[in-house]
Design a protein around this ligand. Sequence first.
Ligand code: PA5
Length: 483
Amino acid sequence: METERKKMARINDEYRKSMTLKLDYNNMMKEYVGDEQGLSLSDFKNEEKTVVKAYKSVLNGRGKGMMGWTELPYNQDEIVKDIIATAKDVIKRADNFVVLGIGGSALGPTAVFTSLCHLRHNELKRSKRKFPKLYVEDNVDPERMNALLDVLDLDKTVFNVITKSGATSETMSQFLIIMDLLKKKYGDKAKDHMIATTSETRGNLIKIAKEEGLKTFFIPDGVGGRFSELCPVGLLPAAVVGIDVKAMLNGAKHMDKICMKKDVKANPALMSALLEYLSMKKGKNISVMMPYSDGLKYIADWYCQLWGESLGKAVDLDGNLVYAGQTPVKALGVTDQHSQVQLYREGPFDKVVTIIAVEKFRNDITISDGYKDIPDVNFLCGHTMGELINTERKATEYALTTAKRLNYTITLPEINAFTIGELLYLFEMETAFCGAMLGIDTFNQPGVEGGKNATYALFGRKGYEKTKEEMDNAPKKNADYII
Ligand code: PA5
């Protein structure tokens, strides 16, 4: 007889299998998009060495240097306990949870929140919502900050300032404004309204957090901003809005096992990296991410940062100028069928489109019966919106393919914490593999740092005098070119 333990293992195994994401790349191949645009098995064969090298480099690099994120599904038991306990406390005493952060410290929390919570979460009454509202503030537009302050009841608000460097101007300016308000209102108790997520060893935020006695979570050294969603950066906001963070990590763990398969045909991250790499070689400089689900809309935003900031590099690992990268573009199915798809189907042959499909929506709605005398309207009746969105997705795949446009589809059986963990991890691994194929440093961001430094210089921060001088000596604007 099957023991209880074996039974649980079998059930878990069956669940994992049923929730595994699928990658369908038929529409990248010559048989479907024609010889000129399409890829062939011999293209794959020709890149065998590149694939093996990339695979080995990721395998050997995992867990080391800036690849600490590969261990997040495995090494956070204690941290997750703390996150859940902290979230419980926040849920009990707060009605608003506000993330102050930018880039990797904001896009992940937004993507996961939108994917896994009610699409109108913040508009629901607390009794239905059950968890605090979540706001992710990733800009320094003064009107936005004022608007936020207009709607927040500070008594019922907990802020989470997130910055790995502990120095980013945008985040620190938000923090300064909020901390000042909190101190004026609550004095010594201000700390009850602020949680800091930052580097344990670097930057100013950790110093301030210690001084103020803030509850603090750490971003591991080997986890860069855009790879940080599965550490406290993303897990704390997720737990506060009731997301099962353990299931997310389990999904990531499941995908990690799949992504460690050596055979490119069994490894969706290695395969999609190869598809994108080959597409780039064929001049496809634009990577469109198009989920057919409003819940996944901000996954495309998150992906854009991951792909753009990781692969957009001037030099390769040997210092040669390569100007690598692909411009990521976000689109939403079906909404963008009525805007961008015209370009995707008939414009330049410079794009590869990744479609994200959802097999089964969490809830569906039937299109009501009516207007039997108007067949052109009545044909919709009795179908569900879930059927309609998926039919339109298939129609777009077909339309792109017949126009010889490269496209492939990643399918989620359904949207839940497990599959979102899988999806995020799949994209992280794909990015790591693709960066290794391109021979660049996937994990640095000198371009972003350049912008940060220029801001520090213009604001007169100490230590940035040289940049300031360079900027002062830059060619002055010509008034003739301003109308
Ligand atoms: O991926 C990255 O490293 C960046 O986009 C950062 O996430 C972003 O610049 C914010 O940096 P920090 O977390 O240091 O405030």
